[in-house]
Design a protein around this ligand. Structure first.
Ligand SMILES: Nc1ncnc2c1ncn2[C@@H]1O[C@H](COP(=O)(O)OP(=O)(O)OP(=O)(O)O)[C@@H](O)[C@H]1O
Ligand SMILES: [Mg+2]
Length: 150
């Protein structure tokens, strides 16, 4: 009997990037997701993934971070939180996860047409096959979303 060649399965692409919880990190998160999906040859997911990571990381920074990119030194010495952006691909589906230090759950708001905000998670819901959150034992929470190919 001839030997059968068994190829080790490639591990699924995965990435994790911790960022300071400052507004400017949203741009870095977008860029990071863009570059990863380009490298992983999933360009059709880039546009949607960038929108989703923007909404999730903006929320995460607001919940745990500093809301200006030029905080006073005092604010920085009193502690700067982080967020963590993860991306992984399973069966051609990309899942974005954003961790923040707050245990509070995200919830879709019933926004009036005149309201300035309250639409981010609506957008996430429209652009994803599913989304949700979980609370790791180590604290904070992860809001995750599975990207719908555009
Ligand atoms: N990471 C989070 N941690 C805790 N609460 C969250 C988080 N993300 C969202 N929320 C809650 O869910 C609500 C709805 O979020 P959503 O992103 O839809 O709207 P928004 O952030 O208030 O406004 P917009 O995104 O339109 O600027 C928020 O107002 C907040 O109360
Ligand atoms: Mg929002």
């Amino acid at each position: 009997m001839n030997p059968t060649s068994v190829q080790a399965a490639e591990p699924p692409p995965t990435s994790r990037l911790a960022l300071a919880a400052l507004p400017g990190s949203v741009r870095t998160a977008r860029r990071h997701v863009h570059d990863l999906l380009h490298r992983w040859e999933l360009p059709h997911l880039i546009e949607t993934a960038e929108l989703v990571v923007s909404e999730l990381s903006t929320n995460a920074i607001r919940e745990t971070g500093i809301m200006t990119d030029s905080p006073g030194y005092g604010e920085l010495t009193s502690g700067l939180n982080a967020i963590c952006v993860s991306l992984h691909v399973v069966d051609s589906r990309a899942v974005i996860e954003v961790w923040d230090a707050s245990p509070s759950p995200p919830h879709i708001k019933d926004a009036d047409p005149d309201d300035e905000g309250g639409r981010g998670l609506f957008l996430v819901e429209a652009l994803t096959t599913r989304w949700g959150f979980r609370r790791p034992e180590t604290g904070g929470k992860v809001v995750w979303a599975e990207i719908k190919p555009g």
